[in-house]
Design a binder for this molecule. Sequence first.
Ligand SMILES: Cc1cc2nc3c(=O)[nH]c(=O)nc-3n(C[C@H](O)[C@H](O)[C@H](O)COP(=O)(O)O)c2cc1C
Length: 322
Amino acid sequence: MRFTERLSSKTIFLAPMAGVTDAAYRMVARSHGADLAYTEMVSVAGIHYRSEKTWELVMPHADEPDIAVQLFGSSPDQFEEAAAQVAERVGEKLACIDINMACPVPKVIRKGEGSALMDDPVRAAQIVRAVRRGVGDTVDVTVKIRRGHTAKHELAPAFAQVIEDAGAAAIAVHGRFASQLYRGAADWSCVERVADAVDIPVIGSGDLLDAATVARVLTEGRVPAVMVARGSYGNPWIFEDAKALLGGRAATEHDAGERLDVLEEHIELLVATGAHLARARSLFGWYMRGLPHAAELRARGMACTTLEDYLSLIANARQRFS
Ligand SMILES: Cc1cc2nc3c(=O)[nH]c(=O)nc-3n(C[C@H](O)[C@H](O)[C@H](O)COP(=O)(O)O)c2cc1C
């Protein structure tokens, strides 16, 4: 299915998150209702220099239905080359290539990458055209942006028009300025202003931290799709719960036993997909949030170093909660 066809109904994606949305994370989100999941941002320079580590971020696991691959960089030539290689290697499983023009991290911006591209619309348009050349006509190209760079100086609506003219099929908007990082509240009226400014579909992002908020934005807002990022931490049910609410049903409670079951499955998937087990530490903390003895369990989770350590701690926690 073309990426834009997915956006015709109320669609909920797992947003790209560097250091988080590896294959295991994406698979857990998909199995709980995410309509599509994005990779972590992938460096086009890394692909140019043939870094195997970079390709590990790109390639879907055999059990993943399909993925959105997000690329970042600043050289249109490198974008074209990377897009062509990603399309070739990922093949049928490539749902779209998304271009990161949103990242606020200083070491990224200093190189003219991520949200710095919002200050350089000429280059941004060249990059969209380059990626389109790289993938050909069969794969949709999308762009993710922020409100702009510096607070009070909103670039997003005019910038989105440049991106649309360059041939992007959809645009994702995180309603914060890059200078805010993740501080303050996301401004959803900016997402609406972008939707007013362009004819392509707009995907909203920012502060979708629980299922009720996701359902409300998709009911009351004008966007056909949203991306959930931090709201999925330890709560992969956010996708299916939001869909239940959208369908007029109640969201389900997820008790300690269910949380521990999915945590265990998630950690086992980390191992099965060859990810670094260090990622289990934050997962452990996220899934424990709000449970009794969470602080103590989190502290014990920090001391785990092997899969067996985690499994025995989870078994121990299960006994306590049964
Ligand atoms: C740890 C972390 C890593 C992120 N990495 C990326 C990334 O690689 N690419 C991107 O476009 N956005 C990235 N984001 C931004 C999210 O995709 C999302 O737009 C943002 O967190 C706002 O959504 P939220 O308030 O629901 O978390 C990241 C966010 C977090 C918290």
